[in-house]
Design a protein around this ligand. Sequence first.
Ligand code: NAD
Length: 418
Amino acid sequence: MEYRIKDISLADKGKKKIEWAEANMPVLLSLKNKFKESKPLKDLVVGGCLHVTKETAVLTKTLAAAGATIAWSGCNPLSTSDDIAASLVKDEELSVFASRGVSTSEYYEDIYSVLKFNPDITIDDGADLTIEFHKTFDKYGKNIIGGTEETTTGVLRLKALEKTSKLSYPIVAVNDAETKHDFDNVYGTGQSALDGIIRATNVLIAGKSVVVAGYGHVGKGIASRARGLGASVIVTEIDPINALKARMDGFIVATMDEAALIGDLFITSTGCKDVIVGSHIEKMKNGVILANAGHFNVEISIEEINGMAKSSKHVNENVEQFVLKNDAKVNVIGEGRLVNLVAAEGHPSEVMDMSFANQFLSVINLVNNKGKFENKIYEIDRDQDLLIAGLKLEAMGIKIDKLSEVQNKYLSEYGEGT
Ligand SMILES: NC(=O)c1ccc[n+]([C@@H]2O[C@H](COP(=O)([O-])OP(=O)(O)OC[C@H]3O[C@@H](n4cnc5c(N)ncnc54)[C@H](O)[C@@H]3O)[C@@H](O)[C@H]2O)c1
């Protein structure tokens, strides 16, 4: 075991949090129980790069119970829970390279500490590890079987790599599972992004004009939760269909130029860059709050805000207040990094239960079918989605109807009409 973490004495606190998460992740727990005897991942190294949270800890424990050796780094400089990292090292004896507040160079050093284990499987969130792996594939790639990718932005990056024909091993796009993006991205980020904003600022959401940039899975969840808390929500979009959906879901749709004039709180969730730039900032009201829920810190141009500011200070741990040359104040949460992980605890365990069940089963599938996959991006099998949804419903004590023979026949034939 090797590690680089902040403080091992935080392990007891982390262990309690992991136990709390585990109690709320019944699907993953059932998979752990199913595979702990047969150990299908024995002698294999799983190299992970994914937010070190209590839910991720449950995933790493499940992989380890199935026999894997774990080497893990964080996938964002500000998202590691140091107490969780400590417990994974002290209590689970896993190799973890992560701490909150790493510099860019430390961040990449941690990724390389993982790659030095010569992974058989990679699990990534945002594709930083996978891209670095590709740069050093000759050195560390000798054992690779396949990998997975957790988030929309990572899948986009890897699909771009696939297009160049340079993808060196098969990747399962876990984000594309319905039991992932329709729940994690929507309900998980929807709730936890607001949670992060409230923990960081304690502002009243009711009565605010909240601008949500992007009405995809994440934006939809955030917009709905902000409305539920009493905000008037304005959505900005670039996709005409998603813009129409937002309008017909009852939100105002506007350009960012228009929304900049009326918003009190801005939340970006596009996966794109330069969504809020200087020309928007100069139109904004005094005292606005800016937060980002997209994967990378490129949606709000902190660089341009810095260039427009005459001073800045932290008004609390996660909020930096910039005073512009015209004396207007702009408050940025968590350096424009994903607000739900920087200022709160990330997604609730119940929703990560399904995302990480998808991760775990995708790893098992890659290992069981070693050599059969091409160097492509693969979608999750429909059967896996249905299995996870079924297990989740069962754990929630919910039964659903089954098609009768007559109904089955009716739905599979064309004869019966008016
Ligand atoms: N914070 C988290 O924990 C978390 C969780 C899941 C996903 N993510 C990240 O959130 C981002 C969005 O993910 P998603 O699943 O909602 O993606 P998505 O593709 O479903 O939605 C993105 C939406 O943004 C819109 N968009 C793109 N560029 C835009 C721009 N310049 N202005 C306005 N709208 C724009 C698109 O048209 C689309 O509707 C990604 O970066 C993803 O990786 C974060």
